[in-house]
Design a protein around this ligand. Structure first.
Ligand code: HAM
Length: 473
């Protein structure tokens, strides 16, 4: 049997529906923040990620999937999205667009040759957001608020926002010197990776997962004490805007991030959930002012964030969040004879084109088997075709919950089904989590067209008050 590669996943069934729900929700948030979608290649020239001098990031120094293509070009499966987006910004001359900054978001798979464990995959899916062309700390705060809002909307309670500033070049080089002087006498206590990092990029020593228990790590100088005036002011401004946006955060000087391109604001959003495991950073990002220039573009600033969808799904599961996934069919069309089957082919097409969620029989089951199949597929209604009924322009519709059955004129079917489904939604309205009794006293502000029926995603905690945060239309 051929199996999937290590560290990769097949996402399907109810899990697939949950991924789609979460992806749609994030799409919705990006739209509200006015970010537009960008799709860049999954593989790029190796030099985009391996930029040479000073490269100490684990992700690019040893964890990429590199290959030579048939034209002898060095290619790399993207380990992250930012470099590709900035490459595209430069290549497509988006900097020439008057509507700076350019706000972009993406959703796609990334590839990292890491040792797989829960929450750490070789093929991972990220949603990422980037603002390119603004140096304003307001955008740093906006990116963080956007990430937090996504987690809030999904329903996650246990998240912790850790922020830090790496300052500008001047601040970092002073800090770097201080760190080297501090760690040098302790070099033998450090792991081999850190010995190497101390030479090339000492800040990354603080990020080490192997040595982080050591007392020397805890007593190390803090970057925040080395920020120059400008860097300090910027960090203060980011914190001010976060406060104005009502985003809670913790200043954590140990957040230095695993990619080499960051300066000023860096942040990580952690799952604060019992038994989540060690891979608990749900999403992370920061400012990367030098990157566009390093890639041969203009000297523009950027800030962004990426969240792992796999880790988000784990968090949703660990917190027991019930996503409002609609697994119900509107109707299952049943037939036995060939003429009934031909009629079914036309009918399912018409019903689907009219907006109903419809399925039918494809494997030659008898009627009994089709009833069972309709139950498995959670069908609200059964449309039972029968030759003699069809000759008389009639069709049988059965409510699969109450088992009530009616024979109606075929021409009336669409209207009838529509009415039944609407009244079913009204009926469910009584038991709606929003707590409203009927449509008239329904003050839910979930969205203009929310009908609070089966598909309502107000979520269990929706109280339909002013603060209801669902975006169901
Ligand atoms: P990153 O911290 O490398 O940042 O990845 C962002 C998120 O992707 C992580 O917080 C985690 O949720 C998820 N992730 C990373 N590696 C794995 C893995 N092996 N398995 C599962 N999930 C993973 C970046 O990628 C930057 N490009 C973020 C950014 C955007 N900075 C500025 N703009």
């Amino acid at each position: 049997m051929i199996t999937k590669p290590k560290g990769c996943h097949d996402i399907y069934g109810i899990e697939g529906k949950k991924w789609q729900y979460v992806s749609n929700l994030i799409d919705g948030v990006c739209d509200k923040y006015n970010y537009s979608f960008i799709r860049t290649p999954i593989f790029e020239s190796t030099e985009l990620f391996h930029r040479g001098v000073g490269e100490t990031s684990d992700i690019v120094s040893k964890e990429t999937y590199d290959f030579i293509d048939r034209g002898d070009r060095k290619m790399t499966l993207r380990p992250e999205g930012t470099a590709g987006v900035v490459r595209s910004y430069i290549e497509n001359k988006m900097y020439g667009d008057a509507t700076q900054p350019v706000k972009l978001y993406y959703n796609g798979t990334m590839y990292r040759y890491e040792r797989p464990q829960s929450g750490r995959d070789r093929e991972l899916t990220q949603f990422g957001m980037e603002v390119i062309g603004s140096d304003d700390p307001f955008t740093d705060a906006e990116i963080i608020s956007m990430a937090v809002n996504i987690y809030r909307l999904v329903g996650l309670k246990g998240i912790k926002v850790n922020i830090n500033s790496l300052g500008d070049l001047e601040s970092r080089s002073k800090y770097r010197e201080a760190l080297v002087n501090y760690f040098k006498p302790h070099v033998d206590e450090l792991c081999d990776d850190c010995k190497n990092r101390l030479e090339k990029n000492p800040l990354r020593v603080l990020d080490c997962k192997v040595d982080n228990h050591l007392q020397i790590m805890k007593d190390a100088p803090r970057i925040l004490d080395y920020l120059n005036e400008d860097s300090k002011n910027r960090f203060e401004a980011v914190k001010k805007y976060l406060g104005l946006m009502d985003i809670e955060y913790i200043v954590n000087p140990n957040v230095v991030r695993g990619l080499d391109y960051y300066c000023h604001t860096v942040f990580e959003i952690e799952a604060d959930i019992k038994d989540f495991g060690s891979q608990n950073v749900l999403g992370a990002g920061g400012r990367y002012n030098g990157l566009a220039k390093e890639l041969g573009g203009p000297d523009v600033s950027g800030v962004g964030f990426a969240m792992g969808i796999g880790r988000l799904m784990l968090a949703i599961e660990k917190e027991g969040i019930e996503l409002p996934i609609n697994t119900k069919l509107d109707a299952f069309v049943m037939y036995v004879s060939d003429t009934e089957k031909d009629y079914a082919a036309t009918l399912v097409q018409e019903l689907r084109m009219s907006g109903f969620r419809i399925d039918t029989e494809y494997t030659g089951r008898g009627l009994k088997g089709q009833f069972k199949q309709a139950d498995r597929l959670n069908s609200k209604y059964l449309i039972i075709l029968n030759d003699s009924d069809l000759e008389n322009n009639l069709i049988t519709v059965k409510n699969n919950t109450t088992k009530e059955e009616v024979k109606i004129e075929i021409d009336y079917l669409l209207y009838y089904l529509d009415e039944c489904l609407i009244s079913e939604d009204d009926h469910n309205h009584d038991g709606c989590d929003c707590g409203c009794e009927d449509e008239d006293d329904h003050n839910c502000n979930c969205g203009d067209d929310c009908d609070c029926g089966d598909d309502c995603n107000c979520g269990n905690d929706c109280d339909c008050g002013d603060d209801c945060s669902c975006n169901h239309n």
